[in-house]
Design a protein around this ligand. Structure first.
Ligand SMILES: [Zn+2]
Length: 207
């Protein structure tokens, strides 16, 4: 996770804002009772990964896009939240935070929340180019508290990453499944030295 603001050219930004307004106008036609309650847990909203629960980030925290049509997706970026699962979802719902990830995986049971559609650009890498070409996955825990990296977290995250790789033709290797610390220009250290990359890649490969 990080709080770097993403740089979007002004022209692109105004087009995207227009699209958001159009999206908002379409939503006003939906009866209130059908609108998802972000705090209610699982909803019937569409997700890109079947096992995920839709827990949407605020519109202000990501860039609407049409990937992979306008930006190819060739990376998965692995993060550790440095906060709880619930708090991470709260941060992504807060439009002032200017940060998001596509997915958050819960430590205890490996539950997957999807916060941003894969077609949109989440703001997680602190590097605009890397944001445009990646799917960002947050894991509940702290870089210096390896107990949070449970079997369930590894296994269910690996299944998610395998699905992303298969759907976009991303090789399941360390050149394409990278840590936030490997993003150029970042000062972030996650997922940190306790993250078991060998185990994770093996699980992704066999998922
Ligand atoms: Zn991170």
């Amino acid at each position: 996770m990080n709080t770097h603001r993403s740089l979007v050219p002004t022209r692109t930004r105004s087009l995207l804002d227009r699209r958001r307004i159009l999206k908002g106008a379409a939503l006003t036609a939906v009866p209130y009772s059908l609108l998802p309650d972000a705090r209610a847990g699982a909803t019937a909203q569409p997700v890109d990964y079947r096992a995920a629960q839709w827990q949407p980030a605020a519109d202000a925290n990501y860039t609407v896009s049409e990937r992979p049509g306008d930006h190819a997706i060739d990376l998965v970026v692995i993060h550790v939240t440095q906060t709880t699962f619930a708090q991470a979802l709260d941060i992504f719902r807060n439009p002032k935070k200017r940060v998001s990830a596509h997915y958050v995986v819960r430590s205890g049971d490996g539950q997957v929340a999807q916060c941003v559609r894969e077609s949109d650009i989440a703001w997680h890498a602190g590097n605009w180019e890397y944001n445009t070409r990646s799917v960002g996955i947050e894991h509940e825990g702290w870089v210096d508290r390896p107990a949070y990296f449970t079997d369930a977290l590894y296994e269910r995250s690996a299944r998610l990453t395998a699905s992303v790789c298969e759907r976009y033709g991303i090789p399941k290797d360390r050149a394409h499944i990278i840590g936030h610390h490997e993003v150029p220009g970042t000062d972030h250290t996650d997922p940190g030295p306790s993250w078991d990359w060998a185990r994770y890649l093996k699980l992704v490969d066999s998922a």
